[in-house]
Design a protein around this ligand. Structure first.
Ligand code: ADP
Length: 226
């Protein structure tokens, strides 16, 4: 099964791709993470990506395509994978179509995380504040001005890719992702099972929601007697 986790910056693509990857036992391929991993190698891709990322722009298609193409060819992708943050342009989608048809596969469904603009901006601010509070470095592209630019880039280049999938009849599962993480995780899992996926393992989010439900149950006062 091949899923595309689709959504604006800060919509929760990374979190919910990781949850779904855990639930379906298939790898998650995040182009953002792969690009950031190039930093340690100080590779030519990183030198180009760094400047694009810090301006809220997309990196050139060829750089992500080479990364994705090599990753998809790895053995652990044989039973399927989840794409997080890819494709983000019409050209990337077309290249992905080509790669998949070469191996006789198709996208199973696009899972779209729908989050309002206000919520996206609020999440970006709280994410940066949380990182600062924990003494962790903030992502340079989480700077409020760069983040606004990332939202514009998303609207201009990436949102239209969803229309392409819609027009060709690929299944699109729209998830209201404004609420709690556990609720969204549950809806994402449901979306995946509705297109034939089988959940393999309980996700951390699922376990958290079970715990949360447990804590809401009224305990009888004389529980000690049982
Ligand atoms: P977000 O979705 O929140 O912007 P990501 O980690 O997915 O976060 O991406 C961070 C940055 O990496 C993007 O703003 C862009 O510069 C670059 N990037 C990631 N994936 C792609 C892609 N498929 N095509 C072009 N640029 C990408």
């Amino acid at each position: 099964m091949i899923f595309i986790m689709f959504g604006a910056p800060a919509s929760g693509k990374g979190t919910h791709s990781a949850n779904l990857s855990n639930a379906l036992n298939i790898p998650c391929i995040s182009t953002g993470d792969m690009l950031r991993a190039e930093e340690a190698k100080d590779s030519p891709i990183w030198r180009i990506a760094q400047s694009c990322m810090s301006q809220g722009k997309l990196v050139p298609d060829w750089s992500v395509l080479s990364l994705v193409c090599n990753r998809i060819a790895e053995q652990d992708c044989n039973n399927g994978f989840i794409l997080d943050g890819f494709p983000r342009t019409k050209e990337q989608k077309e290249a992905l179509d080509g790669m998949l048809s070469a191996i006789g596969k198709k996208v199973t469904a696009v899972i779209q995380l729908d989050v309002t603009q206000e919520e996206l901006e609020a999440r970006n601010q709280s994410r940066a504040a949380e990182a600062r509070g924990n003494g962790k470095p903030t992502r340079p592209d989480d700077d409020p001005e760069v983040f606004k630019k990332r939202l514009v880039t998303y609207g201009e280049w990436t949102a239209p890719v969803l229309d392409l999938y819609r027009s060709e009849g690929t299944k699109i599962k729209v998830i209201n992702a404004n609420g709690k993480k556990a609720d969204t995780a549950h809806s994402v899992n449901e979306a995946a099972t509705s297109v034939g996926a089988t959940l393999k393992a309980p996700t951390v989010e699922n376990l958290e929601s079970v715990r949360e439900l447990g804590s809401r149950v009224d305990k009888p006062k004389d529980l000690w007697m049982l």
